[in-house]
Ligand binder design. Structure first.
Ligand SMILES: CCCCCCCCCCCCC[C@H](O)CC(=O)SCCNC(=O)CCNC(=O)[C@H](O)C(C)(C)COP(=O)(O)OP(=O)(O)OC[C@H]1O[C@@H](n2cnc3c(N)ncnc32)[C@H](O)[C@@H]1OP(=O)(O)O
Length: 266
């Protein structure tokens, strides 16, 4: 059954108690624009309150999981004429991310391909992440375009690997393959048969004590992420401060012109 929250960019299909939420912009490698953000929020909100849903699987259509911010998408300008990154983060990214993080149902991220920037944040926001060994990687690629991490990455990655290693990962912005992600504890499992393993785990969780899972998640996240809303605001304010830098303009131009950026530190 397809939930009526499905949109062109995010499709939700419910079968045997398992809701599969699919990021569905494969021609843009599931890049996160307004439509995908709205679809994410709608899908996780609807499944949170649907008693027929006892487990959620998030995955990507096509070859990627999620390629992060849609770098070709425009965004509003402030009265000063600067790009409004704070407003973009608050409206385009935070609602869908928080709806996923706050879901009372068990959430599995089936990382089928590259999960980059905000896309990597979705993988970290899941309760259990399973990665395709050959095709999937996480890349916290913010610095490669002259930006800092956002969409909760500064909290989630630091919690997962510790502050020092998180800062290294952010600064180097390297691709973290499945084996490396497993070594770092960023994902629960890696597999050569993603569909089979995800289906087996989802069935197991969908047969579990759903209310107990919900209270377990609520208690753990109360301990680890009670400050998430404040952290998102801090990230957004600091991200906005980068707008005035030459490196942001260079990072943006370089991506759009398909070339390597030359950063000056200004
Ligand atoms: C620097 C520009 C900024 C401009 C505005 C930014 C938006 C607002 C910012 C708010 C604050 C930031 C919030 C967010 O947290 C920040 C991030 O997420 S940073 C990470 C950004 N993402 C990337 O840098 C990834 C870019 N993509 C890739 O590396 C590769 O495409 C891939 C995902 C590894 C897949 O590679 P391939 O399979 O080889 O596919 P192609 O590269 O050929 O791509 C196919 C097709 O899809 C288009 N596309 C892919 N990713 C994006 C994307 N993120 N945004 C827009 N379009 C994307 C690509 O251009 C191709 O299109 P075509 O050329 O065929 O028309």
């Amino acid at each position: 059954m397809t939930l009526d929250t499905s949109t062109d960019s995010v499709n939700t299909d419910v079968k045997s108690g398992i809701a599969t939420i699919t990021l569905n912009r494969p021609d843009r490698r599931n890049a996160w624009d307004d439509s995908l953000g709205e679809g994410l929020e709608s899908a996780f909100t609807a499944t949170a309150f649907d008693d027929s849903v006892r487990c959620i699987v998030l995955t990507g259509a096509g070859s990627a999981f999620c390629s992060g911010a849609d770098l070709a998408a425009g965004f509003p300008s402030l009265p000063s004429g600067h790009d409004d990154l704070t407003g973009t983060l608050r409206r385009r990214f935070h609602p869908g991310f928080l709806a996923m993080l706050d879901s009372p149902k068990p959430v599995i991220a089936a990382v089928n391909g590259p999960a980059i920037g905000a896309g990597a944040c979705l993988a970290l926001a899941a309760d259990i992440a399973i990665m395709d060994r050959q095709h999937a990687y996480l890349q916290f690629r913010f610095s490669a375009i002259g930006l800092m991490p956002d969409v909760g990455a500064t909290a989630l990655l630091a919690e997962a690997v510790g502050a020092q290693r998180a800062i290294e990962i952010f600064m180097l912005a390297e691709k973290l393959g499945a084996e490396r992600c497993a070594e770092l504890g960023l994902v629960s499992r890696i597999t050569d048969d993603l569909d089979t393993d995800v289906h087996e785990l989802a069935n197991r969780l969908a047969s579990g004590p759903t209310a107990a899972f919900a209270t377990t998640k609520r208690a753990v996240r109360a301990w680890t992420q009670s400050q998430m809303a404040c952290q998102l605001e801090l990230e957004a304010a600091l991200q906005q401060s980068l707008i005035a830098t030459q490196d942001w303009r260079e990072g943006r131009s370089a991506f759009l012109e398909h070339r390597m950026p030359t950063f000056t530190g200004k």
